[in-house]
Design a protein around this ligand. Structure first.
Ligand code: HGY
Ligand code: MN
Ligand code: MN
Length: 448
């Protein structure tokens, strides 16, 4: 396999199943590894799946993905997931919260080993964030079947719905509902930018929203969840490792800042007479950067909406969404409080009314040590060297579920660290290393 980066573009550099290059990233020292790489490379599964999935929900203008929850693009990727499951003879089901499951073995037997990730995206997201985990899960299962693995526990591949929260503003809706971290009542209140309630969107997509809610029985039948994900950062690129294991997820959240001013004519209103919310918003964005820098945290205003949004009208309302994250809860609290204080101070001086609403929050996640260390033992056997353990500022379904079941994460190197962008990429060798590693982990956990 070539070590060139796989782009998301369907006609891009997604290579065919070529010969396995010597010394590829997965440490092809052992015959087993070489055979594995050849079988994954030769296996049409990864490339075929990648090629089929790549065009779904991809915007031809930006090259990014727009797979938002319960839209047509989401339906297409869900149909793809179901086809992959059924083409492998796996038991397919959708749970009460719209998450998809592909089962090998009896879903009711208990102590299942689950892998998978999500297929939805942020606006103009990359091809790997989510899909690499789902595609690699199917490819890893194909690999285990090629190895003739004998399963002693049920295994499932999951596609958790609405992980990015791009449409309704709350991250990880599918896994939060299942874990009981999002009540059905609160979910009924979620609306998209057009005011469409989440339940109506689910209904239009053919799902019954009246069933949504916690699913403790399902979670009780899962012994471990391992999510493979492209790294969203450069730690593995900098350390020169193809794979990593997650130690923790930073606490992080999303806050909506509503700046209410006074609509007026842009050309005739004296500056002294204005109550322009845009200026207070702008000051708040700069305050966010200052507070984050001071605290060694991150803070981003990446989404803004303006009413009435006219070139020649002073806005009546500016809405800005803050995403902030820090390694430590108290630091995050300090950063957000500092940003809000700066916003309120400016709003008061400008005659602007400010309302701040926390729309999404995920406390710090420390992945279970026993499962984390088991992954380390299994993977270092393949790579012949210890696999780095690293924290992340990115949220994941594995983080949400870690409150209910043992979960772990396997990161695949991202050569540029870029994510939530059409430029997101991963080298094919590293994707193969991830598949083989995930196959080893599933074999170690679920097979004799
Ligand atoms: O925002 C996140 O960290 C994740 O991509 N949902
Ligand atoms: Mn993401
Ligand atoms: Mn993701």
């Amino acid at each position: 396999m070539t070590s060139e980066a796989i782009s998301g573009a369907p006609g891009g550099t997604t290579p065919g199943a070529g010969a396995v290059a010597a010394g590829t990233a997965a440490g092809a020292g052992s015959r087993h590894a070489r055979q594995g790489e050849e079988s994954v490379a030769r296996g049409a599964s990864f490339h075929e799946m990648w090629r089929e999935l790549a065009p779904l929900g991809r915007d031809s203008g930006s090259g990014g993905y727009r797979r938002y929850a319960w839209t047509g693009a989401d339906a297409d990727s869900r149909a793809w997931f179901r086809a992959q499951a059924e083409s492998r003879g796996l038991g397919y089901e959708v749970d009460r919260n719209g998450n998809q499951w592909a089962w090998l073995g009896d879903p009711l037997a208990g102590d299942a080993v689950v892998t998978g990730s999500h297929l939805d995206s942020v606006p103009d997201g990359g091809a790997f964030d989510g899909p690499l985990g789902v595609v690699s899960s199917f490819a890893a299962l194909d690999e285990l079947r090629r190895r003739g693995a004998r399963f002693t526990r049920p295994v499932a591949i999951a596609n958790f719905g609405d992980e990015e929260g791009a449409r309704f503003g709350l991250a990880c809706v599918g896994s939060r509902l299942t874990a009981g971290q999002l009540t059905a009542d609160r979910a009924q209140e979620l609306r998209d930018a057009d005011g469409v309630p989440l339940p109506r969107a689910m209904e239009s997509a053919g799902y019954d929203p009246s069933a949504i809610g916690p699913d403790p029985e399902r979670l009780a039948r899962i012994g471990a969840f391992v999510e493979l994900h492209v790294e969203q950062g450069r730690a593995l690129d900098l350390s020169g490792d193809p794979l990593g294991i997650a130690s923790a997820i930073w606490p992080h959240g999303r806050w909506r800042f509503d700046f209410h001013g006074e609509a007026n004519h842009a050309g005739t209103t004296r500056l002294a007479d204005r109550r322009d919310p845009m200026l207070t918003y702008a000051e708040t964005v700069l305050a966010a950067r200052r507070e984050a820098e001071l605290a060694g945290a991150v803070a981003t205003f990446g989404k803004v909406s303006v009413e009435p949004n006219g070139v020649n009208a002073i806005p009546s309302l500016v809405r800005g969404w803050l995403d902030s994250r820090a390694a430590d809860q108290s630091v995050l609290d300090t950063v957000v409080a500092g940003i809000e204080a700066a916003a309120r101070d400016r709003a008061e001086r400008a005659g602007v009314d400010l309302r701040v609403v926390r729309e999404s929050f995920t406390p710090v996640v420390e992945f279970e040590h026993a499962l984390r260390d088991e992954l380390g033992r299994i993977l270092s056997h393949r790579t012949g060297a210890p696999v780095p353990v690293l924290g992340t500022g990115a949220g994941h379904d594995a983080g949400i579920l870690s409150g209910s079941i043992p979960t772990a994460m396997l990161f695949v190197r991202n050569p540029t660290g870029v994510s939530h962008s059409p430029a997101e990429s991963a080298a094919e060798d590293d994707c193969v290393a991830g598949i083989l590693a995930l196959a080893d982990v599933l074999e170690g956990l679920a097979c004799t």
